[in-house]
Design a protein around this ligand. Structure first.
Ligand code: WQD
Length: 331
């Protein structure tokens, strides 16, 4: 029976579709293309040589979601569909609550009506906020600093309540650290609209000459070189973590959170150096003020995912940079 992927045309969604198809799963994609393009799905088919159904629709539109479940016997859902720009969420909180929260509530209600209770949820390390020691564990303090992060934390709480009310639900909450990189084919990758907010797509656009220089947001943090440290994880490693989480939810019940990170932190300047080494491009940058809301250091303790999902990240920082650059070059 097919696996439903909401937001399957997005950055992490499309990479997860590739890994699911390569692993022999039948998939169905539901996406509203608000932050992705149908072409990404054509590329998934090109990469894998496999076909699959997709439905264009919005999770907040109950009829769209009902349509998928009434026509197909869904075995499990991997739920990526949602808005994910931290800065945008501060400017437009109602849009984020409407889209992320209501969309998830509609999805879970329809799943419940059709007896589908296996769910992998795309959460985020942003649920850990600014107050934790590193490495961050799943039982670290949860505190959020943006409407985006708050929608992720609220959805985690909704899903825990759902399981408390009906313990036949089986749910994995996947807390991503910083996904970068792209499929080695260069056919799919991170495709932000407008000027990128995140570090790696900004760097690749500077390397491609699309942007003049990188602003490094602060070099006065308590880190080795003063710039922010993050746990960058290759998007294909992240996608493969979803396969392991899917296997887990389809073979057990309960609600569990898992950090999907490498357990290693790199600073902004270290990322710049690694990218320059693999691309041969010089990245012009200027040190500027800190970005409001940024934390100094964040990296995962990935032990729980290793022991319970039998998953760990395999790809190193140079491969992440190389694959990001290939995607940018192929344009
Ligand atoms: C990384 C580092 C910046 C851009 C965000 C979301 C998080 C998740 C991943 C969704 C920081 C520095 C960045 C730039 C810079 N998204 N930086 N110049 O903020 O760690 O996480 O994206 O789930 O929820 O919060 O990622 O890539 O924006 O920043 O110096 O132009 O790069 O200060 O130290 P972040 P990022």
């Amino acid at each position: 029976m097919p696996i439903l992927i909401t937001g399957g045309a997005g950055y992490i969604g499309s990479h997860t579709c590739v890994e699911l198809l390569n692993a022999g799963y039948e998939i169905i994609v539901l996406d509203n293309f608000s932050n992705s393009k149908p072409e990404a799905l054509n590329r998934v088919k090109e990469i894998t040589g496999r076909d699959f159904q997709f439905y264009e629709g919005d999770l907040t539109d109950r009829n769209s979601v009902e349509d998928v479940f009434s026509r197909n016997r869904i075995e499990a859902v991997i739920h990526f569909g949602g808005l994910k720009a931290v800065g945008e969420s501060v400017l437009f909180p109602l849009q984020y609550y409407q889209n992320n929260l209501v969309g998830t509530l509609v999805l879970c209600d329809v799943m419940n009506r059709y007896g589908v209770k296996n769910l992998v949820f795309s959460s985020s390390a942003s649920v850990y906020g600014m107050t934790n020691e590193v490495p961050i564990r799943e039982d670290s303090i949860l505190s959020v600093t943006s409407p985006y992060g708050r929608t992720k934390l609220m959805i985690e709480e909704v899903l825990k309540d759902l399981h408390t009310a009906d313990d036949t639900w089986s749910i994995a909450l996947l807390r991503y650290f910083n996904p970068i990189g792209a499929h080695q084919s260069g056919l799919i990758g991170e495709d932000p609209t407008g000027v990128p907010n995140n570090l790696m797509p900004y760097i690749t656009q500077v390397a491609a000459g699309k942007l003049e220089k990188l602003q490094v947001y602060g070099n006065d943090y308590p880190t080795a070189d003063g710039t922010g440290v993050r746990d960058y994880i290759h998007v294909v490693d992240l996608a493969q973590g979803h396969i392991k989480a899917l296997e887990k939810v389809m073979s057990s019940s309960g609600v569990e959170a898992f950090n999907l990170g490498t357990g290693t932190g790199y600073s902004v300047l270290e990322i710049i150096s690694a990218f320059e080494k693999v691309s041969g491009k010089k990245i012009r940058y200027q040190i500027t003020e800190r970005r409001p809301g940024d934390i100094a250091i964040s990296y995962a303790d990935p032990t729980k995912a290793k022991t319970e999902l039998h998953w760990s990240a395999q790809r190193g920082i140079e491969e992440m940079c190389r694959d990001s650059w290939r995607w940018q070059e192929k344009g």
